[in-house]
Design a protein around this ligand. Sequence first.
Ligand SMILES: NC(=O)c1ccc[n+]([C@@H]2O[C@H](COP(=O)([O-])OP(=O)(O)OC[C@H]3O[C@@H](n4cnc5c(N)ncnc54)[C@H](O)[C@@H]3O)[C@@H](O)[C@H]2O)c1
Ligand SMILES: [Zn+2]
Length: 401
Amino acid sequence: MLNSPSGPAGMISRKIQLAFEHRTFFTRKVFDPENATLASCLSSDPETPGEKSSALVFVDEGLIRANVHLIERITHYFQQHAGSARLAAPPIVLPGGEACKNDWSQVESIWRSIHGAGLCRHSYVLAMGGGALLDLVGFAAATAHRGIRHIRLPTTTLSLADGGVGVKNGVNRFGKKNWIGTFTVPHAIIGDFDLLRYLPERDLRAGLIEVVKVALIRDASLFEALEARLDSLARLEEPALEFAIRRSAELHMNHIALAGDPFELGSARPLDFGHWAAHKLEQLSGFRLRHGEAVAIGMAIDLLYARNLGWLSATDCERILRLIEKLGFHLFAAELSLKAGKGLAILEGLEEFREHLGGQLTVTLVNGIGSAFEVHDMDTSALPGVFAELQERFMRKGVTR
Ligand SMILES: NC(=O)c1ccc[n+]([C@@H]2O[C@H](COP(=O)([O-])OP(=O)(O)OC[C@H]3O[C@@H](n4cnc5c(N)ncnc54)[C@H](O)[C@@H]3O)[C@@H](O)[C@H]2O)c1
Ligand SMILES: [Zn+2]
């Protein structure tokens, strides 16, 4: 029996347990020399006490364009905190937005910079920017030397409220979103609300949809709080945005840390509510649609689908759709009508979603505000009716995009 792989004599089995601290610090003016948030993240290393850390900073070009003195501020900050960390090379500006995840040469270039700066695994790679740049740099950092410590500074509403405070990274490949990537817990995440001031209105708004999403699947009281602040949120007023982002980030992190599947080994993926259609729509639109804009449409599809199948009341469904519209989102895009062969191209999103998550198709739907459930089958014959209703609703409103 010695050679039997399944017999007791032929198997060695050990449990490997790892504990991660998943931390997000919210602050303002992160590169003000008086602000110790980043410096303390860089110097709090029990493995190498007294050792000065090296850091390499990658910054989103969109942010730099709007905030031209940022590079100087970063450099000055490190000079002021020279006791805890040093810049291994001047900050590196990378193009942001979805295009950076579609360009494999960006991964190579980040690896080359890490290599050129001689970073070791105890050094830090800082990524500062929107969700796309964080995904790109996070992936390069997670794979260089099998994982260099990584600090994220999300600078968009969406990345602060959702993916930027999570544990996933990735780039697009074969025309598919996030086809390559890893699950890696960042060393720390630092959110600076002041940086949102530089964000164009379109991106400031786009991230709010992830707040609505997490409220719908997890927290009815957050949904009510969003309704109560609807006018301020629609006007993108800072206090309302900050409230929404903080609460969303907290729920997102709660899900990762407490729901029992941080690295998504099972098939359930509640945080991907509305995303099967959203990812496909982003791709079909050639990334004309922002992720958040596509998620708004994806959620509307799954809400109407659940209503039509009798799982969600018409009243709740309408209440949710109105809130999303009042926040300024459109619930239809022309790409929903695109054909692929004999069928609709958008429907390919279901199989791509299944393939990406693994195993059985699992789509999260909501059956009430704050209440999610899962289905393992979507009746694709019921979806064209949903698209038609969304188109009609969109036409009635007389909006064009
Ligand atoms: N890893 C995850 O778990 C996860 C989760 C959700 C979304 N995502 C990914 O996040 C991406 C979307 O992120 P996003 O919505 O943040 O958009 P984005 O990263 O595409 O950024 C939008 C635009 O804003 C610019 N920008 C960023 N910060 C700025 C600032 N403060 N001031 C001015 N301009 C700024 C960028 O250059 C870009 O042009 C998608 O690729 C999506 O797949 C990842
Ligand atoms: Zn999303």
